[in-house]
Design a protein around this ligand. Sequence first.
Ligand SMILES: Nc1nc2c(ncn2[C@@H]2O[C@H](COP(=O)(O)OP(=O)(O)OP(=O)(O)O)[C@@H](O)[C@H]2O)c(=O)[nH]1
Ligand SMILES: [Mg+2]
Length: 389
Amino acid sequence: MEKIQFFGNKRANILATGGSGSGKTVAACNTFFKMAMDGGVALGDDIRFDLIASGNSAGGDIHDFAEKYRDMIKGTLPVGSTDDHIYDFAFRRNGERLCQIRWMDYRGSLRTTDYDDGDWEHFFEMLERATLLIYIISGELINDYISIKDGSLTGEKKALKRIDISEEVSHINTLMEKTKELRGSGDETPVLFYVTQSDYIKYDDDNRKLEEIISFLRANELLKKGRKILCCHSTLGRDIRLSEERNNIVAGFAPEGFEIPLMLTVGYALSEAGKEWEQEENAKIDAAIAEQELAVFNKMEKKGALANQFQTRLLKILKMEREDIRRLEYQIQKAKEEIGELKVEQEKMKQNNTLKKYSQDILNYVRSGGYACLVDEKGDRVPLDEFFK
Ligand SMILES: Nc1nc2c(ncn2[C@@H]2O[C@H](COP(=O)(O)OP(=O)(O)OP(=O)(O)O)[C@@H](O)[C@H]2O)c(=O)[nH]1
Ligand SMILES: [Mg+2]
């Protein structure tokens, strides 16, 4: 097995912000099962990624997730959360632990009133440390936006849906401002707009869904400058049918896309850790190269001074001095060779940056699914590869 070359555990923090009923708990549970069942997810024949529960409450967490998942298979959806919950996971690649993950699933009621000071502190702490800034938008809202745009919603219904959209956008803007306050205005943490319940979007094609999500973001001025902006979507089933109260699944349970926010988060964390490691190694090798270059410079000066001396004195060079020059020439040659070897080592080190390589594998996995895209501040699509650069 390949050896990991970083020091200590890399960490990723996940906080997907969204209102009550936006699908946070469904997302946590389905992500866990997608990544824990059948040995996780695969990239080609040789690479597998999976998730294990870790930490003191691992046993209880697995049990809770299993209960919820069993209920969903039998047709019952989770009731709204009454408490916040922190999950600890370890992300693995071919059985090797790569990254510790802390995932906060909070009760969306924080948008109403029942959060006390302690709850807020907890939430803000997570907002400050989250690896990506994830904003959940319901697929139903995106569909309302489409229906307003294409004229299929009119009159009072349209007016009401416009308020719903504006309420949601206001929440996101407020959160964005709060995040800036906590992390400083120079913060460049990437933003992920995560559309849950994407079965509500009237177009089945994934690309079309993503186009409509981007159109929504553009129309509502949510594409901020100076940041990488990602979009993705998930659903409990493309053709899912729920009961009228929406607490039961009538047919079509076939979850899709839930692992994508996790994969994007871990990929980004590993790529940042890889960059950090490379910078540290580079600095060490750069220092060694500078030392050798200084040695070459000093010896050239000494050699120059000796040669100069003979010329000005018009003396014949002494045997002892000739040996001095030869010794200096030899040392200069050796130092130059050493510099060459250090430069080769530097190149090799960059190629052996396994953290970057692993993050690239994760990106390749995400790209193969078509549930996510990267856009610039104008909303134009950019190749997903640019995300980790
Ligand atoms: N159609 C559809 N409905 C979904 C999907 N995911 C979640 N829902 C609906 O959304 C409801 C709430 O999902 P939760 O995951 O409990 O939402 P939450 O964000 O955790 O809500 P709180 O815990 O109250 O903050 C579910 O009971 C379903 O009715 C989906 O992919 N498709
Ligand atoms: Mg919940």
